[in-house]
Design a protein around this ligand. Structure first.
Ligand code: GDP
Ligand code: MG
Length: 178
């Protein structure tokens, strides 16, 4: 029997790590080198079929938040009642992983992870594919952290699309199973 579910997903992370670009890759399958930074938050939606459960269709309602400090107080409005959080850092900016970790702490303290699927994504891997010396966060280090915290983990490139649809498939699968 065909099932249609709606899930609310919030994007969190430092500014410029590529949150909006990941959403645009997922929703429009496009990439923009000169994306304007998000003001407050943007709402987009996208529907997918679960590969492992082809009779299940999931509509993601996505809140793409602005990373700037001045919008930080708005974040709870978006992560409250969320089914999933995608926390993004930039693999060439180690400070952005520290920021991502503080979002993980905030979610665990304020929401509790029992009913929230949290995914950590290291974005901009295309830059390291071009120039290995650009990498500042090792995949293994971030993966170990994610494992310890019970988070899903992916490396992505909004530019090439690598990892992007896999993230949403996996999140959809996990939320569906909850
Ligand atoms: P946000 O502030 O987290 O929403 O980040 P944006 O999506 O606005 O992206 C910030 C900048 O990084 C923009 O110039 C994007 O074109 C660029 N960008 C985003 N994702 C990638 C990526 O995967 N690879 C590369 N090379 N650049 C990216
Ligand atoms: Mg943005």
């Amino acid at each position: 029997t065909a099932t249609m579910l709606q899930f609310k997903l919030v994007l969190l992370g430092d500014s410029s790590v590529g949150k909006s670009s990941i959403v645009h890759r997922f929703v429009k399958d496009s990439f923009d080198e000169f994306r304007e930074s998000t003001i407050g938050a943007a709402f987009l939606s996208q529907t997918i079929k679960l590969e492992k459960h082809p009779d299940v269709t999931i509509k993601f309602e996505i809140w793409d938040t602005a990373g700037q400090e001045r919008y930080k107080s708005l974040a709870p409005m978006y992560y409250r009642n969320a089914n999933a959080a995608l926390i993004v850092y930039d693999v060439t900016q180690p400070g952005s992983l520290v920021k991502a970790q503080s979002w993980v702490e905030e979610l665990k303290n304020k929401v509790g992870d029992q009913d929230l699927v949290i995914c950590l994504a290291g974005n901009k891997v295309d830059i390291c594919d071009e120039d290995a010396t650009a990498r500042e966060v090792q995949r293994e280090d971030a993966q170990l952290y994610a494992q310890e915290q019970g988070l899903l983990f992916y490396e992505t490139s909004a530019k090439t699309g690598a990892g992007v649809s896999a993230i949403f498939q996996e999140i959809g699968e996990r939320v569906y199973q909850k």
